[in-house]
Design a protein around this ligand. Structure first.
Ligand code: FES
Ligand SMILES: [Fe+2]
Length: 375
C-alpha cells in the first residue's frame, strides 16, 4: 500500500509538489504572515482612486486597519487607521476631507498625520501636540499602482522587482496614465499558495481555459519564466490571432508580471491593463480581486466584453479548480506528486514556475520543509 513510486525513470528525481500541510496548517500560515506578508509589498489601490488632495481610502490588510490619504502636497501616505488618543478608528471607506477628525473626542489630524488640535488640551500642562502623529506605513506608487509594506526597512520596489517597471512600460508605454475602471472579487476557499500556484502555471490552460487559450494568447508561444534577479514570474505570449480572439489583439503581445507573493500586473494584447491581487484571510481561504484599467477610467463596450468573458471563463474556471485542490489537500490519501517540467524548463505545459514559487516560499518561511520535500 502506498509504496513509493519512482517517477524518475533512472534520471535525477523530479521536484515534488509541497506536502499538504503547507497549505493547511495554521502554524505555517502564522509563520507566513510573520516572515513573508509582514515584509512584502502589498497592492492597495490605484493612484487614480485618490486624485485630489484630501481623498482617502480605508482598507484592511492582514487584520490591520489602514488608510491611504493624499496630502495637500499631493503626496500619498498610508497610516494605521487608529487615533492616537484612545484608539478609535479614524475613517471609513472612502471620501474627501480637509482634516481627519476622530469621531470619538474630535482630535483632529492633518493629512500629513500630524496632530492639529485636541479639544481641551490647550491649557493642559505638558501636552505637546507636536509629539503626537499618526503611525505611518511605508508606501510606494509603482507604475500608478499603490503598494504598502509593514516593514519600514523594506527595499524599494525597483530593488525587489528589478527591471519590471521598464519592461511594463515597453509593453504598454502609457501604463502610468491608466485610470482605474472596474474591479470584482471572489472568495476562493483555498490557501493563498494554491491560488498563486494555479495562477502561475498554464499546464492546465489547454485543458481548462479554452476561451483564454484561443481568445487572448497564442499557446504555442506561451511561457512563464523567473524575471531578472527579483521574485518575479514573467508570463509572455504572442497575441491570439485566430477566429476565437476576444477583440482586435493586434498591436502588442501579452505579458504579465507576477510580483511575489500576492499581486500580478497583466497587460493583455494591445495594452489592456488588468490586475490580480490576493488577500489571504485564513489558512484555507483567500479573496481574489480582479482589476481593470483604461485610458479614461471608462469601461467601453469592448472592455466590458473582455471583462465579462474573462469573469465567465478564466476567472470562474480557476475558482472551481482552487477550491477542489484545497479539498484534496485535506485528504489523508494525498501524496504530493512530481511537478511536470518540460525539456529546457519552458513552454505552456511545464510547471518549472511552480518550483520557483516553492523556492521563494520556503526561503521566506524557513528551510524546515526541505527535508520533507526530499524525494
Ligand atoms: S479616541 Fe480619538 S479623539 Fe479620543
Ligand atoms: Fe487557470
Amino acid at each position: 500500500m502506498n509504496a513509493p513510486v519512482d517517477f524518475s525513470c533512472g534520471e535525477a528525481a523530479p521536484a515534488l509538489a509541497l506536502p499538504a500541510r503547507y497549505y493547511t496548517d495554521p502554524a505555517i500560515y502564522a509563520l507566513t504572515r510573520e516572515q513573508l506578508f509582514d515584509k512584502s509589498w502589498h497592492y492597495v489601490c490605484h493612484a487614480s482612486h485618490l486624485p485630489e488632495a484630501g481623498d482617502y481610502y480605508a482598507f484592511e490588510l492582514m487584520d490591520q486597519d489602514l488608510f491611504v490619504a493624499r496630502g495637500r502636497d499631493d503626496v500619498l501616505r498610508c497610516f494605521y487607521n487608529v487615533c492616537q488618543h484612545r484608539g478609535h478608528t479614524l475613517v471609513q471607506d472612502t471620501g474627501r476631507t480637509r482634516v481627519l477628525v476622530c469621531p470619538y473626542h474630535a482630535w483632529t489630524y492633518e493629512l500629513s498625520g500630524k496632530l492639529r488640535a485636541a479639544p481641551g488640551s490647550q491649557k493642559m500642562p505638558g501636552f505637546d501636540k507636536s509629539k503626537i502623529c499618526l503611525t505611518e506605513v511605508r508606501l510606494e506608487v509603482f507604475l500608478g499602482f499603490v503598494f504598502v509594506n509593514f516593514d519600514g526597512d523594506a527595499k524599494p520596489m525597483d530593488e525587489w522587482f528589478p527591471g519590471v517597471r521598464e519592461a511594463a512600460i515597453m509593453l504598454c508605454p502609457d501604463i502610468e496614465e491608466k485610470i482605474f475602471a472596474h474591479e470584482h472579487e471572489a472568495q476562493e476557499f483555498c490557501n493563498w499558495m494554491v491560488a498563486v500556484e494555479n495562477y502561475n502555471e498554464c499546464y492546465h490552460c489547454g485543458h481548462v481555459h479554452k476561451a483564454f487559450a484561443d481568445g487572448v494568447i497564442d499557446p504555442g508561444s506561451y511561457d512563464i519564466q523567473p524575471y531578472g534577479e527579483g521574485r518575479v514570474l514573467h508570463h509572455s505570449s504572442k497575441a491570439a490571432s485566430g477566429d476565437g480572439a476576444w477583440y482586435d489583439t493586434s498591436g502588442s503581445d501579452y505579458g504579465s508580471f507576477y510580483l511575489f507573493p500576492l499581486f500580478s500586473l497583466q497587460i493583455y494584447p494591445g495594452g489592456v491593463v488588468n490586475t490580480y491581487y490576493w488577500r489571504p484571510t485564513a489558512p484555507n481561504d483567500t479573496i481574489v480581486h480582479r482589476g481593470w484599467f483604461s485610458k479614461d477610467g471608462v469601461v467601453d463596450d469592448q472592455l466590458q466584453a473582455v471583462i465579462d468573458l474573462d469573469r465567465d471563463t478564466t476567472f470562474a474556471e480557476d475558482l472551481l479548480l482552487v477550491k477542489e485542490v484545497q479539498r484534496g489537500l485535506g485528504s489523508r490519501g494525498y501524496r504530493p506528486g512530481p511537478l511536470v517540467v518540460a525539456e529546457g524548463g519552458q513552454g505552456i505545459n511545464s510547471e518549472h514556475s511552480i518550483a520557483a514559487l516553492h523556492r521563494w516560499f520556503l526561503d521566506s518561511v524557513g528551510g524546515a520543509a526541505d527535508a520533507e520535500r526530499a524525494p
